[in-house]
Design a protein around this ligand. Structure first.
Ligand SMILES: *Cc1c(COP(=O)(O)O)cnc(C)c1O
Length: 387
């Protein structure tokens, strides 16, 4: 059964208690293959529709794919063992040697590194890295451009890019667009409806939501593209396991209430930081002072719990602030129940940080579900080390 309401999709979409022994929660199909009643049904199998082998498809994984496709308003969802498995498969499915790719400097670090370390030197692809503006992306288009890789908001300084300003041009030229939609989740941004061809998600962040699973997803509308992506996943073998897929199905059930809470807390934390005398800049798309706040308001239904800020001080001062935090734990990733802090630019040069639109003292925090008073109190006492 499918719905057009996101909450109904997340909770009940694609499920049918009648075919799952009336269990309210769908089972985990923990199997590597499916058997056939006779040779005729085995020989006549429809490889696109029927289950045969676990590297190609699995009923638990398929249910998750159906829900993600419906949430993104796509026709095909594909789930992978990590966000990076999804990204690398998408590039292999869309590009060949000699092709030209456009990517934002500020895309997720390992995405940029994969292009630099594998696609350019080993696969003979050409890549132009650009600023996170529609104008810069459009100016970089060449006759041999086949793919544009986007992320909005970006996950370090939360820059927002005007998606439709790009897809209006790329569509007319037959260039495919891909966007990392991990920050917003399908609930707060639906890029396929803005003309994007492939939406990518890391399930390891909000969709899983409990910091206990690694996974990734691609969703598209074009059916041939969906088949190409599925075939590539089959070759590279990056499908998620049934247990991990089931954990993400569980995460989806509480996604909307978790996100609402993360957003509400992050907004208050961002306002607190913006008013703090030792904080120079706060990067959060929900703040009216955010440079692309108007675009964010137009294309996003909300912002999440991730934000970053620069203190008025050196990177060593920022390090002392981070070490003084007690509730925010030091750790990469985000999107789980817990509050986290990292300094993504500490080990970069000042020039590299400037290219990412920030300084070495950048502090990135994820506001978890501990409660707004606890988090603001923790930040207030940690910032006091600067007094
Ligand atoms: C974590 C992350 C990824 C990578 O996902 P993995 O599941 O760790 O491979 C990609 N993009 C963004 C924005 C991320 O935060």
């Amino acid at each position: 059964m499918f719905f057009d309401d996101d909450q109904m999709i997340a909770l009940h979409g694609g499920e049918d208690p009648a075919i799952q022994q009336r269990a309210v929660v769908p089972p985990i199909y923990m199997n590597s293959l499916h058997v056939f009643p006779n040779m005729a049904s085995y020989l006549g199998v429809d490889v696109e529709k029927e289950y045969i082998y676990g590297r190609v498809s699995n009923p638990t994984v398929h249910l998750l794919e159906e829900k993600l496709a419906a949430l993104e308003r796509g026709t095909r969802g594909l789930v992978f063992s990590s966000g990076m498995a999804a990204l690398t498969t998408a590039i292999h499915a869309c590009c060949k040697a000699g092709d030209h790719i456009i990517c934002l400097y500020k895309c997720y670090g390992p995405t940029v590194e994969f292009l630099k370390d594998i696609c350019i030197p080993k696969l003979n692809m050409q890549v132009t890295f650009v600023e996170a503006t529609a104008e810069a992306v459009i100016a970089a288009i060449r006759p041999d451009t086949t793919l544009v890789l986007l992320e909005s908001p970006t996950s370090l300084v939360l820059e927002v890019i005007d998606i439709q300003a790009i897809t209006r041009v790329t569509k007319a030229r037959g260039i495919r667009t891909y966007i990392d939609n991990t920050y917003c989740t399908p609930l707060y941004q639906k890029p396929l409806t803005l003309g994007i061809d492939i939406v990518m998600h890391t399930l390891s962040k909000y969709l899983g939501g409990h910091s206990d699973v690694i996974g990734g997803a691609l969703v598209c509308q074009d059916e041939q593209l969906g088949r190409d992506l599925a075939r590539c996943r089959e070759f590279y073998g990056g499908i998620i396991g049934p247990m991990e897929g089931w954990l993400v199905l569980r995460g989806l059930r509480s996604l909307s209430v978790r996100l609402a809470q993360h957003q509400q807390v992050a907004m208050q934390v961002a306002e607190f930081l913006e008013a703090h005398p030792r904080v120079a800049r706060v990067h959060y798309p929900g703040l009216p002072s955010h440079p692309q706040h108007a675009i964010a308001q137009a294309q996003q239904a909300g912002s999440c719990g991730l934000l970053s800020f620069e203190i008025d001080g050196t990177k060593e001062d920022a390090l002392r602030v981070c070490d003084a935090l007690r509730v925010f734990q030091i750790g990469v990733s985000w999107g789980g129940f817990e509050s986290l802090v990292v300094m993504p630019m500490y080990k970069k040069t000042a020039e590299q940080a400037a290219q990412c639109g920030t300084g070495q003292q950048l502090i990135r925090i994820h506001c978890g579900l501990e409660g707004v008073d606890v988090l603001i109190q923790d930040l207030r006492q940690a910032l006091a080390v600067l007094d």
